[in-house]
Design a protein around this ligand. Structure first.
Ligand SMILES: C[S@@+](CC[C@H](N)C(=O)[O-])C[C@H]1O[C@@H](n2cnc3c(N)ncnc32)[C@H](O)[C@@H]1O
Length: 250
């Protein structure tokens, strides 16, 4: 960010209040232009909270891991819809996002914690130096009932996706669920960054990482996870939804 933009944003502040809810300032938000609108952002957050309740077994007392939590969209939706009587842990490679969530969410809701993961991502953390595997050793087996990644595999390459999926099986409770979205198509190469025949005009580091559906399913199965539901391009932004459970059906 340039110096003038930094000064401008410093004056404008990094949070806005909308309908009594604190949201990240518009300029900070990820996931496309429509999220700059406060009503759209809040509605989308609440929709994700409902998805957790209706499809992923969310209930009081459960433990949620939000990988690539960004500026707390899911956390904001959950608190607005269901309060805070469960454990929520958000991790992200973007330090600004984690600092924002800690300042505006953890301070009021101590059962919500956020941690910076200094893993390299060419788009979101180009100078990161930590390995994903080292990071995950801190969590005990079966620590989470729900592991959630919205628009994260859309910006990371296959080696990292593979590591994450392998860790998730260990971290998931019996009966737990993994949710993720991804750009997938059939009969295309395993993985292409910014494919020219797909999201036209998307460019820049890891803007759009598209997988072949078959390859993604291979990674899921290789990690001992099973697809319990798949919705092709069901999201407004053309992402597909995967819901997974442990491969042995538990
Ligand atoms: C498009 S944003 C989505 C943010 C949030 N999930 C949401 O739906 O609002 C992608 C997020 O993934 C994070 N990210 C990228 N690579 C990551 C990685 N290897 N591990 C964890 N988070 C990552 C980015 O920093 C960014 O916050």
């Amino acid at each position: 960010m340039g110096i003038l933009a930094t000064i401008y944003h410093w004056f404008k502040g990094n949070a806005v209040e909308y309908k009594g809810v604190i949201l990240p300032a518009q300029y900070m938000r990820f996931c496309g232009k429509e999220f700059k609108d406060n009503e759209y952002f809040l509605q989308s957050a609440c929709k994700e909270a409902e998805r957790l309740k209706n499809h992923l077994g969310f209930r009081e007392g459960c433990a949620i891991l939000d990988v690539g939590c960004g500026f707390g969209r899911l956390a904001i939706g959950l608190i607005s819809a269901y309060g805070d009587k469960y454990q929520f842990h958000g991790i992200d490679v973007n330090r600004r996002a984690i600092d924002w969530c800690t300042k505006y969410i953890t301070s009021k809701h101590p059962s919500f914690s956020f941690m910076h993961l200094d893993v390299r991502n060419e788009r979101y953390n180009p100078l990161g130096s930590q390995s994903i595997t080292d990071f995950f050793t801190m969590y005990k087996d079966q620590s989470f009932n729900i592991i959630y990644l919205y628009s994260v595999f859309t910006h990371i390459e296959k080696e990292d996706v593979e590591v994450y999926l392998n860790e998730f099986r260990r971290l998931l409770t019996l009966g737990g669920k993994v949710f993720f979205t991804a750009f997938v198509q059939s009969n295309v190469p395993d993985m292409v960054v910014n494919p020219s025949d797909y999201k036209k005009g998307w460019h820049g580091p890891l803007h759009c990482v598209r997988y072949s559906k078959e390859y993604m399913l291979k990674l899921v199965a290789g990690a001992g996870l099973a697809v319990s539901s798949f919705e092709y391009e069901s999201e407004d932004n053309g992402q597909s939804v995967f819901m997974l459970s442990k491969g042995d059906g538990r």
